[in-house]
Design a protein around this ligand. Structure first.
Ligand SMILES: [Mn+2]
Length: 221
């Protein structure tokens, strides 16, 4: 825990008000855990504005964003921190393993994938090109990726601020990882997946909350 300065729990309030009232004491309970601070939105703000709020509150040099439905492995953070320490313009993510939605079984993901997207701006994993694969002599070497998945990544806080953080006019989630990825490349940084770092993530089949303006419109915005 020595490398972690503070853990911010962001409570996004994605549910209806009656649900919030029943959870009114959750912050009081969670902040009994060492280093945990709790930020609760008073109204629904979505992931993007909530994360900016968390980032603004953080005092550490490096930020790690992590979805709530994740399970980390031992020493998952150090390999990513090292890459960002060596070059603050690197934005790095782990290999994201799959936690089964049905029984929470932990399934290893392929280490030969990088981030991509289709023309409706949906994130998808793609095989790393054969030339890149052939040139990899060391399996611990980082994998350069055009875009990162939005849920889990590490970034230098000053670099995040320099890039303009997230566009807080965006609602809920959907396009923020592309926007940030494009800014990183356009501003001379780089994006990579660090294979020595693995984090499990529950990939959901549907969302346990609604998109008031509709899924597609929110993405495009
Ligand atoms: Mn997620």
């Amino acid at each position: 825990m020595g490398i972690i300065n503070c853990i911010f729990l962001l409570i996004l309030c994605a549910r209806a008000n009656y649900f919030l009232l029943s959870l009114a004491e959750d912050c009081q309970l969670l902040t009994k855990i060492p280093k945990v601070k709790c930020l609760r939105n008073s109204r629904r703000e979505g992931l993007i504005r909530s994360r900016v709020r968390g980032a603004d509150s953080a005092t550490a040099e490096i930020l790690t964003f992590l979805d709530s439905h994740c399970e980390v492995n031992s020493e998952w953070l150090q390999p990513m921190l090292q890459r960002v320490r060596e070059d603050y313009t690197r934005v790095v993510s782990p290999i994201i393993d799959v936690i089964s939605l049905d029984n929470f079984a932990y399934l290893a993901a392929s280490a030969d994938l990088r981030g991509g997207f289709d023309w409706s701006l949906h994130f998808k994993w793609e095989q790393i090109p054969i030339e890149q694969k052939m040139s990899r002599t060391d399996p611990t070497q980082s994998i350069r990726t055009p875009v990162i998945a939005g849920g889990i990544f590490v970034i230098n806080k000053s670099w995040f601020n320099h890039l303009g953080k997230y566009d807080t006019q965006m609602d809920i989630w959907g396009g923020e990882n592309f926007e940030l990825s494009f800014r990183v490349w356009m501003c001379g940084g780089s994006l990579e997946i660090v294979p020595c770092s693995r984090v499990g993530h529950v990939f959901r089949k549907r969302h346990p909350y609604d998109f008031p303006e509709g899924n597609a419109l929110t993405y495009i915005k």
